[in-house]
Design a protein. Structure first.
Length: 237
């Protein structure tokens, strides 16, 4: 979005469009809020972000009264809720992009804010992910140091190349291998739902030999699918 429109106007599809005056917010005020918001998003793109100074009273008031963030009663509390934690910052941006229930008289300013957010969201998201990773590692180091450990000490070297979640035979019931998902990092078995076909009441009406074979296949398939999802989400050890 261009920034060259006169005060009281905003850019849309290459043209400067006048904001509409409302009872509680004239076109100039809307223009100032939009400029504040653009500057604020610029800080979220930086690493580390320094957002509180750019989170102006004018911007806070508009978000609180006219953009659905009604549960926050002061600027400091609003900022602490959404901008001290990277994941919460992304939640804020998601609401900006998805919220649709603002009053009609603020449609122009809020739509302009949404369009700026759409432009900047990819780069802000990348920065927030970087910040979250940094925060998580710092927290992990602090907790390990509390117990006299380091990141290197916390993971046995012979496990580093393993997938974190492995499919293993958990036990054997009547010659039927019951497969499970084992967490190599915490050394625990992972609970997961019973396979759908086994949980189906109709399963018990099948011949015993069919039930036996279904159990062999279904438990292992369920374990494989569960381990795959967990490894994709959390990575290796």
């Amino acid at each position: 979005m261009k920034e060259g429109c006169p005060v009281g106007q905003y850019e849309k599809k290459g043209k400067c469009i006048p904001f509409k005056d409302t009872k509680f917010m004239n076109a100039r005020d809307k223009s100032l809020v939009l400029n504040n918001y653009r500057s604020f998003l610029d800080t979220l793109e930086k690493s580390p972000p320094n957002t509180f100074r750019k989170f102006t009273k004018r911007l806070y008031k508009h978000l609180h009264l006219n953009y659905g963030f009604i549960a926050h009663y002061d600027r400091e509390g609003f900022w602490a809720t959404y901008f001290k934690d990277p994941e919460r910052s992304l939640e804020f941006l998601t609401k900006i992009l998805e919220y649709q229930y603002f009053p009609k008289e603020y449609t122009d300013i809020n739509q302009a804010m949404r369009e700026i957010t759409m432009e900047k969201y990819p780069s802000i998201k990348n920065n927030m992910k970087f910040q979250q990773k940094h925060n998580d590692i710092s927290q992990a180091k602090t907790l390990l140091a509390k117990h006299g450990l380091s990141l290197k000490d916390s993971i046995p070297m012979d496990e580093v190349k393993k997938q974190r979640f492995e499919v293993k035979e958990k036990n054997n019931v009547g010659g039927i291998a019951i497969w499970g998902v084992y967490d190599n990092l915490t050394h625990r078995w992972i609970d997961y739902p019973e396979p759908p076909d086994i949980a189906d009441p109709a399963f018990m009406t099948r011949p015993k030999v069919v039930q036996r074979e279904m159990r062999k296949v279904s438990y292992k398939q369920m374990a494989i699918a569960t381990a795959k999802k967990l490894n994709e989400k959390y990575g290796g050890v």
